[in-house]
Design a protein around this ligand. Structure first.
Ligand code: HEC
Ligand code: HEC
Length: 283
């Protein structure tokens, strides 16, 4: 049994980690629609010192929840992917253009999800996929920016994830992105809130254990956006970060903030080698 962390920390009285029974099925494979073979376990990237294997959050869900992701007709997240296809083809903004005017089809953007967040030379910063989309909406189409975690945006990111499914996450962490990545790593290991917990305390030290009624995963983001049975909608990465930070009873950063972009780049890099899985299904 894995040692339960946090001995002597105030958090122990408020929250405890309990060893869980094994995964729903140790040898489960994720093949979507009988044809997209997902890599759900991979050797940990070199930069990760404390872990040898990275695992998709899908592995930690119950077999009923897992089943919903096997087929697009069962996956409720795919309904919004279809909505986004319509938006992709619809003209908007002062230029009277649609995404399709310049990008042809969503499939023409296959592979994009796998490498974001990514350094943007022109703006001199690391950009999330949402920022890149809003750059097109405002600067190229002459429209109003979409709300960072709003429905239109999250649906579009689901569409762009869906056309990259099965491709390996491969975000760059060196070169001009390195300082942002380091900021994200620092945030990941910083204990916050009344509970004095870092992301790592739960998702690195205790994955596989139970916390309250939840089976803790590694907190990977290769499956985002995520359809959650809990709120019956697609959830953006930054919304999930916000929820997790709040659970430590800390003040949280806002979606789209430089801190969350940095954290996203770092967390994405912990999943380099896993498949893009979004939209995935979680509880
Ligand atoms: C007027 C033309 C135009 C329109 C309309 C447009 N884009 Fe773009 N888009 C571009 C250009 C140019 C780039 C930059 C290409 C590059 O440098 O890789 C880009 C880049 C992107 C990228 C990043 C691609 C990559 O390889 O990193 C995404 C994602 C994207 N656009 C999505 C959208 C979406 C979604 C819409 C509709 C809401 C849209 N774009 C509308 C011109 C456009
Ligand atoms: C108190 C423990 C705790 C802390 C601290 C915590 N999380 Fe979580 N997190 C959870 C639980 C519980 C879930 C839901 C079960 C699961 O997927 O692990 C979750 C889920 C997630 C998921 C969704 C994974 C998926 O596959 O759907 C991500 C991403 C995530 N956390 C990231 C973070 C990040 C980043 C931090 C630090 C800012 C953090 N978490 C801090 C408990 C925690």
């Amino acid at each position: 049994m894995k040692a339960l962390a946090l001995k002597g920390v105030a958090a122990v009285s408020a929250l405890s980690f309990v060893a869980a029974s094994a995964l729903a099925d140790e040898n489960a494979n994720l093949v979507v629609n009988g044809e997209i073979d997902m890599t759900i376990r991979a050797p940990a990237p070199d930069h990760m010192e404390n872990m040898s294997e990275v695992m998709s959050g899908w592995l930690f869900r119950s077999s009923e929840t897992q089943a919903l992701q096997l087929d697009d007709f069962e996956n409720p997240g795919m309904i919004w992917v279809d909505d986004a296809r319509e938006v992709f083809a619809s003209e908007s903004g002062s230029g009277g253009e649609s995404c399709a005017s310049c990008h042809d089809s969503p499939e023409a953007l296959a592979g994009v999800r796998a490498v974001y967040p990514k350094w943007d030379e022109e703006h001199g910063e690391v950009q999330s996929l949402e920022m890149q989309i809003n750059e097109c909406v405002t600067e190229r189409m002459g429209g109003e920016p979409w709300k960072y975690t709003g429905g239109t945006m999250v649906n579009m990111t689901a569409l762009l994830a869906s056309v990259s499914r099965g491709m390996a996450v491969n975000v760059a962490i060196d070169g001009p992105a390195q300082s942002t990545w380091e900021m994200g790593r620092d945030l990941y290991y910083t204990r916050t809130g009344q509970l004095e917990l870092s992301c790592a305390n739960c998702h690195e030290d205790n994955y596989g254990n139970m916390i309250r009624a939840d089976h803790l995963s590694q907190g990977q983001i290769n499956g985002f956006p995520v359809y959650r049975l809990k709120n019956a909608k697609l959830n953006a990465v930054h919304s999930r970060f916000k929820g997790c930070v709040r659970d430590t009873r800390a003040q949280t950063y806002s979606p789209g903030s430089p801190e969350f972009i940095a954290l996203e780049l770092y967390v994405a890099s912990r999943g380099n080698g896993l498949s893009v899985e979004g939209p995935s299904v979680r509880n």
